[in-house]
Design a protein around this ligand. Sequence first.
Ligand code: ADP
Length: 213
Amino acid sequence: MIKLSKRQDEILEIVKQNGPITGKEIAEKLSLSRAALRPDLAILTMSGNIDARPRVGYFYNDKFKAKRNPETILYQTVNNYKAHPIVVGKSTSVYDAIVQLFLEDVGTLYAVDSVGNLAGVISRKDLLRASLGNQNLTELPVSVIMTRMPNIITISPEESLFEAAKKMIQNHIDSLPVVREADGQENTYLLVGRITKTTITRAYLEIMDEKSD
Ligand code: ADP
């Protein structure tokens, strides 16, 4: 659920008490211009807190929860939805990585260096590809087969789920490592979570379920 600003709370209260009320009337009550009010009104209607009817005005949506717009997914931050990343060391064998994938029931593993910085991504297909050759999987380290920095597409906790969805679709990948930049070091990121296509689907379902409550 998005956190409202102080002004948005004030507007919501005015609409609750006086609705239906026009944008002009709300602006007058707050001694603001219509233009200054527009972004807040847009957020309040987008998020389903208030409804707008042409030529009637704004009124409070008392079924707010049941009417949350699917668009609100745009506002959710990665931080609120990220899952725990499943990590392996760079020298872990491909064999052990496959076992780990099954044990943890995930599609992607992340390789980290000794201080927890992201070093590589190991997906199902990477492991299958390695298994096709005649290599000894117990001797082959994941560092040989992983997608490594600087080729890893990452996302920060402050970005939105919408950004995450776009990055996954545009880059044809199933998941994104959630990272924080390590101080002053280029291409060095601390791994703090993961976002997958399932995360996006779950967020979408949550919002649609609330709508049909
Ligand atoms: P799968 O192998 O199950 O289809 P993906 O579609 O996520 O999973 O992976 C396809 C390829 O993209 C793999 O080679 C994998 O290493 C790479 N990959 C996965 N995630 C990322 C990422 N966030 N950034 C860069 N490459 C990635």
